[in-house]
Design a protein around this ligand. Sequence first.
Ligand SMILES: C[S@@+](CC[C@H](N)C(=O)[O-])C[C@H]1O[C@@H](n2cnc3c(N)ncnc32)[C@H](O)[C@@H]1O
Length: 236
Amino acid sequence: MEGSDEDEPAGASSQSDQHMTTTSRHHFGNARDSGDAFSITIIESMKEDYGLFVWPCSVVLAEYVWQQRSRFLGASVVELGAGTSLPGLVAAKLGSDVTLTDNAVRLEVLDNMRRVCDLNELKCEVLGLTWGMWDAAVFNLKPKIILGADVLYDTNAFDDLFATVTFLLQNTLGSVFITTYHNRSGHHLIEFLMVKWGLKCVKLLDGFSFMPSDKASGLSGSIQLAEIVLNCEPVK
Ligand SMILES: C[S@@+](CC[C@H](N)C(=O)[O-])C[C@H]1O[C@@H](n2cnc3c(N)ncnc32)[C@H](O)[C@@H]1O
């Protein structure tokens, strides 16, 4: 499988407006060999705000979604801390029913998600979802697959994130949380919290082990991908 990520500066009007935005285009599959290849265009802030920048973990998770595409056809997917939302948009392109979420108070991030959906002609729900908070809308989410790229970066927020993930996993029998994170994020703490919240890791990959070389060359650091499920499925 081949693909590439390239920054494509938006036109002068886009760069000079008050939002200081730029766009990047991300390719999946090889257009020469397969009819199912596509690209996703992302609007980013040139100010590199946390939720308005495509972080490397997002590029790795999006590639994984593409490579695991048979799992995503018709699946209900929720992306947590989605920011610019590349993995969720790839899932939507592959036929998932996607809800993109980010911190409920980050209205500029949520607005950017709506713009990016429109730009790529994808219909996704956009929802403010702050980890560890239980707004009514959270109770209606029944994702088969939960995605989270670079959401394990602030150890103070780990417990809230795991609380939300555990709640969502309990809401749908057989669901899975697929996350990518930098090793610096504290794997021991993640292991401790999985035990605390009754979760287990069923797959742990070096993020670079499945990346095409042209995409991997643009990334740095040590990125892990984990698939996490409930340790014991509740009886429903
Ligand atoms: C490092 S960025 C990653 C963004 C995107 N997933 C990516 O990889 O490009 C972390 C994201 O988590 C979101 N976030 C941080 N704390 C949060 C919280 N308590 N509840 C929900 N989202 C949160 C931020 O707004 C931001 O979009």
